[in-house]
Structures are given as structure tokens and as C-alpha cells.
Design a protein around this ligand. Structure first.
Ligand code: NAG
Ligand code: NAG
Ligand code: NAG
Length: 396
């Protein structure tokens, strides 16, 4: 009963839709119009745009239908459309504002009112393009952003290829959570011009799109702005590991250890590259741990050395930047070397003391001789005499 009742209501709905629909054909085929007032709105977030629309006209009567919208959008130079199915009247996403944006949307009716099949409206289209002011050659070049140790964001750039001397650039940034785009507060200067930005502390800026715009001004020409979308966790450059140590277990086994770089990066987010040298042979390996076992190829190798660098691993980001290499840590085989390294300075110091003593004694001897001539009862101290003897044997 309920089903039949529903069916009858749906039939009414179809009739009403058909009666009021603007895109009717003569037969009983169901039609629906596209959404109204489809537009792309730029709230000033440097690439994060709102796509919004109103329901199609005459839809209110079709209550038994599921009304959905199929939204497609892309940057104009891109091949592929991104497709979204939604029941909402808006959608938000990030776009590359260096390019134009095009989007289209249509209404999709589904359910009992369409007798089970899917009915689509025609497309409603919209485009958006920030006024492409200025020549392309006035854009900044070689933009480079590094999120140092997952803490400090630094970006740097070079001026455009063809710009007048008075040209200066400004950086603006925005990410979800900020009220509005902000200008860089701490520019890095080069020849009195802005060539980089040292960002302040950022609250939870990772795992989301981070939008940057570098635009500029000049008295004589318009400057083309450049837009960037970053994911900060993918441009992290960690500190190099420190406190390296080599533990030689026996003639074959060697254990290499180092400290996890200090800072906010969790220990399980690192991958390390190890450069291990045994005498003249160098090998490279990677590991997720902050230690590693290696086997000596020869138990007669004299010197083992290694250094490490770190990067954020694939479990914590899609990409990363290798840290600088750590300081080198070496282990040298054999007592001989240690003894030698102790003996050489020791011998040097001993010889030096002896030399000084001899010099003093020689002077003393001269004084003594003079003293003898003055006072025949003077007796040279026993120790001094012995030192003199030692000097003679040392000299000759
Ligand atoms: C609905 O489907 C039934 C059976 O498939 C068919 O007989 C009927 O004509 C359809 N009605 C409409 C309005 O398409
Ligand atoms: C640069 O971009 C910011 C943020 O969009 C804007 O407020 C400012 O007016 C722009 N400056 C120039 C010179 O275009
Ligand atoms: C080195 O290894 C060889 C073969 O295993 C063994 O005969 C020799 O005693 C080892 N030398 C040292 C210094 O351990």
C-alpha cells in the first residue's frame, strides 16, 4: 500500500515537474534544468576558491526525487576534469591562479520520480581568471621554499628576467585556519630588495594547502604575480643527526649509532642515509632506525668511518629534502695507532722540558763558574750537577 501510495505521489511529482519544467519536450520524458547562478568566487585566499550555485527552478515540487549536482572543474591548461557529486549548493577547493579556471555543473535527478533512471540537466558553466597583469618576464624566478626542521619556513626567489631597478616584490600567504591572507612580516633583503621571506611561527600549517602569492610593483611597469600551493610536510629539511658512534663488537661486527635530530619531528618519521667507509671502500645504505649493523669485509681494515644524513620518510610525507651530512665519525684499528697518537705528543713535551732544563742549567753553570772564582768554598748542589751531566749526555 505504502509503495503504491508513494508511486502515485511520484507520478504527481513527475506531472508537476513536467508541467512547470522549462525544458520540456512534447513527450512524457522527464527533464530538469541546470542549477541557477553558478559562479566562482574568490575570497582573497590566493587560490582557495568557492564554487557556488542555486537549485534549478521548479524543483520544489519534486520531493520524491534525489537531487544531486555533478560538478566538474579544472585549470584551463589541464587535461583532466575533477568531478564531484554533491547535494550541497557550494564546493571549495584550491586552484592554481597562475592559470584560468573553468567549471561546469548540471543537475542529476534520481529515484522514483524518474522511474529509476537517471536524468541530467544541461551544463551550466563558469570561468575565473585573475587579471593577468604585466609581462610574464616580470614574474619572480626560482622560488624555493624549505620548511626547516618542520619548524621554520623560509622562501627565497630571484627578480624577474626583465624588470626595472625600482621593482620590488611582496609575499602574501594564507592557509585554512587563517582569517585572511597576510603579508610577510620579515623579508630577506638582497641589494635593498625583498628576495625572500622568513615566516613567523605557523600554527598547524601542515597536511593542508599552503597558498603563496608573490606580486610586485614598479613605477614603470606592471608586475605579474606568481602563485604557489605548498604542502609544508613535503618540503621539510631536517637537521643532520649528531652524536655518531662506532662500536666494534668483534673482528667482524660493527654497530653504528647516532642521535635522532632534535626538534618536533617524531623519531618514526625519519629515514637515514649512511655513508660508510672501510679503508678505501665506501658504501651507501638507508635505514629507518637510528642505528645499523655492518659487517667488516676484512678483519684487517685499519679505519672505519661513517656519516649520516636524514630526511622525512614516506610514512609521514610524500616528499622531503635531505639534511646536510653529519660530522664524520671514525674508528681506527689497533693499539699501535693509539699508542703512537699518545707517544708523539708525549715525546715532544718531554724533549721540550729537557731542552729548557738544559738551557737553564747551562746558564747556571756559567753562574757557578763565576761563583767559584769568587768563593772557593761554594759547593754545587748535587741535583744541579746531575742535571748538568744529563745535559752533556743529551747534547753529545
Ligand atoms: C516507467 O517504467 C515502466 C516499466 O519499466 C514503464 O512501463 C513506464 O512507461 C515508465 N514510465 C516513465 C514515465 O518513464
Ligand atoms: C598583491 O597581492 C595582495 C594579496 O592578494 C593584494 O592585497 C595586493 O594588492 C597585491 N599587490 C599588488 C601590487 O598587486
Ligand atoms: C682474520 O680472519 C682470518 C680468517 O677468518 C683469521 O684466520 C685471522 O686470525 C683473523 N685475524 C684477526 C686479526 O682477527
Amino acid at each position: 500500500m505504502a509503495f503504491i501510495h508513494l508511486d502515485i505521489r511520484c507520478l504527481y511529482a513527475i506531472l508537476i515537474c513536467t508541467a512547470f519544467g522549462s525544458t520540456l519536450s512534447s513527450n512524457s520524458e522527464i527533464k530538469v534544468s541546470p542549477p541557477e547562478d553558478f559562479e566562482i568566487v574568490d575570497p582573497g585566499y590566493l587560490g582557495y576558491l568557492y564554487l557556488q550555485w542555486q537549485p534549478p527552478l521548479f524543483l520544489n515540487n519534486c520531493e520524491e526525487c534525489t537531487v544531486e549536482y555533478e560538478l566538474k572543474y579544472r585549470n584551463i591548461d589541464s587535461e583532466n576534469w575533477k568531478t564531484i557529486i554533491t547535494k550541497n549548493l557550494h564546493y571549495k577547493d584550491g586552484f592554481d591562479l597562475n592559470q584560468g579556471i573553468e567549471a561546469k555543473i548540471h543537475t542529476v535527478l534520481q529515484g522514483q520520480c524518474t522511474n529509476g533512471s537517471e536524468v541530467q540537466s544541461s551544463w551550466s558553466e563558469a570561468t575565473y581568471w585573475t587579471n593577468p597583469q604585466g609581462n610574464v618576464e616580470t614574474k619572480i624566478q626560482h622560488m624555493d621554499c624549505i620548511y626547516h626542521n618542520w619548524q621554520y619556513l623560509l622562501c627565497s626567489w630571484e627578480p624577474g628576467m626583465v624588470v626595472d631597478v625600482d621593482t620590488d616584490y611582496n609575499l602574501f600567504y594564507w592557509y585554512e585556519g587563517m582569517d585572511h591572507a597576510l603579508q610577510c612580516a620579515d623579508y630577506i633583503k638582497g641589494n635593498g630588495k625583498n628576495v625572500g621571506c622568513s615566516f613567523p611561527y605557523l600554527e598547524e600549517p601542515d597536511y593542508k594547502d599552503f597558498y603563496i602569492c608573490v606580486n610586485g610593483s614598479s613605477e614603470s611597469q606592471l608586475i605579474r604575480p606568481s602563485y604557489f600551493i605548498l604542502q609544508l610536510q613535503n618540503i621539510v629539511k631536517p637537521l643532520p643527526p649528531d652524536y655518531l658512534s662506532i662500536i666494534v663488537k668483534n673482528s667482524e661486527e660493527v654497530n653504528l649509532e647516532w642521535n635522532v635530530p632534535k626538534g618536533p619531528i617524531p623519531a618514526n618519521c625519519f629515514i637515514y642515509e649512511i655513508n660508510f667507509t672501510e679503508d678505501d671502500t665506501t658504501t651507501w645504505t638507508t635505514t629507518f632506525e637510528n642505528e645499523m649493523y655492518v659487517t667488516r669485509t676484512s678483519n684487517e681494515s685499519q679505519e672505519l668511518c661513517f656519516l649520516v644524513r636524514s630526511k622525512v620518510n614516506i610514512y609521514c610525507s610524500d616528499d622531503g629534502i635531505w639534511s646536510e651530512w653529519s660530522d664524520i665519525q671514525c674508528w681506527t684499528d689497533g693499539l699501535q695507532n693509539e699508542v703512537l697518537s699518545f707517544l708523539i705528543p708525549f715525546t715532544l713535551v718531554l724533549s721540550f722540558i729537557l731542552l729548557i732544563t738544559c738551557l737553564l742549567m747551562t746558564k747556571h753553570k756559567a753562574l757557578l763558574k763565576m761563583g767559584f772564582e769568587d768563593d772557593k768554598e761554594f759547593k754545587a748542589p748535587k741535583n744541579g750537577y746531575m742535571a748538568l751531566e744529563l745535559c752533556r749526555s743529551y747534547d753529545g
